[in-house]
Design a protein around this ligand. Structure first.
Ligand SMILES: Cc1cc2nc3c(=O)[nH]c(=O)nc-3n(C[C@H](O)[C@H](O)[C@H](O)COP(=O)(O)OP(=O)(O)OC[C@H]3O[C@@H](n4cnc5c(N)ncnc54)[C@H](O)[C@@H]3O)c2cc1C
Length: 261
């Protein structure tokens, strides 16, 4: 039977762009260009490698995001994924990680899966908790932060590198894993891949399709709320120590005053 892999990919605001908060203190996603979160490219790459090793596998890329999030799906399809699912609904606006994970869990269940692969964190929210919450919602094992991952005999196996040890972990399928940026360079889409992606199916789902009510998601269904936000203060000029014989002493005094030494 075919190995069904779902890769969760996030469309994030371009970090090099000028990002702002909207009046309701959510990130203004209309005001800035977006892209497939670079850390999720590693998740797509690992899915492609697992599929290449399997006799028969199908990769679905899944995103919860606004209309433009289709760009992230197209990029993943051009890398080689087979099909895409886009959950989009005006009522999703303001969904935090609890609401987003609920939507993803419903969409993963509807799609059907043996293995869900996530990135280690998104490049905008960077919470790194969504894979664990998703696994809990799905009621399946989670094996997070893997630098190496493979599937064999109904098990997902991988290596998690810590500061003092590397662990070899495994879990029975179905399962959720997340992979790190040490798992292997993500491939560039080829010209053939980019052309093929235009013809691959992208299914659009809304809250009704997932049997979710508006008050379970969005600002209302979220567990967290942003009370206030302020622009980061502009950078001030640094302290210049001129060496006229006492430079070393002045430098040491400065470092001591900042409690570095
Ligand atoms: C239109 C929109 C509006 C939002 N508004 C708010 C808001 O007002 N307040 C708020 O707190 N959050 C909001 N979010 C949700 C937020 O951006 C995150 O998706 C969510 O909180 C997860 O946190 P994170 O990005 O830090 O995930 P992490 O835990 O860092 O992500 C780990 C992995 O989870 C997967 N993942 C995360 N998000 C998605 C996604 N959306 N689709 C597919 N896979 C995903 C990726 O594989 C990623 O690498 C909004 C999201 C969208 C799309």
């Amino acid at each position: 039977m075919s190995l069904r892999i779902v890769v969760c990919v996030k469309y994030v605001p371009d970090a090099t762009g000028d990002r702002h908060f909207a009046d309701d203190l959510t990130v203004d996603r209309d005001d800035v260009d977006g892209l497939l979160s670079e850390l999720d490219e590693y998740a797509v790459e690992q899915a492609l490698q697992i599929a290449e090793e399997a006799d028969d596998a199908e990769i679905t890329v899944l995103t919860v995001g606004p209309e433009d999030a289709k760009d992230a799906l197209r990029k993943a399809l051009s890398m080689g994924a087979d099909k895409a699912v886009h959950v989009e609904d005006d009522d999703l606006h303001g969904s935090d990680v609890m609401a987003t994970s609920l939507v993803l869990a419903k969409a993963v269940e509807k799609t059907g899966y043996d293995l869900v692969i996530c990135g280690m964190a998104s490049t905008d929210g960077t919470m790194g908790v969504l894979p664990a919450i998703l696994a809990e919602r799905l009621g399946v094992p989670q094996v997070t932060l893997l630098s190496e991952v493979s599937v064999e005999d109904g098990l997902v196996k991988g290596r998690r590198d810590g500061d003092s040890a590397s662990e070899q972990l495994e879990a029975s399928l179905p399962a959720v894993v997340s992979v790190t940026d040490q798992s292997g360079e993500a491939r560039y889409p080829s010209f053939k891949g980019i052309m093929a992606a235009k013809k691959k199916p992208v299914e659009s789902l809304d809250l009704d399709d997932l049997d979710l009510d508006a008050d379970e998601v969005g600002l209302e269904g979220s567990w967290t709320k942003v009370d206030s936000a302020a622009e980061r203060p502009a950078r001030t000029a640094g302290t210049i120590v001129k060496d006229e014989g006492e430079g070393g002493k002045q430098l040491a005094e400065f470092l001591a005053s900042q409690k570095f030494i």
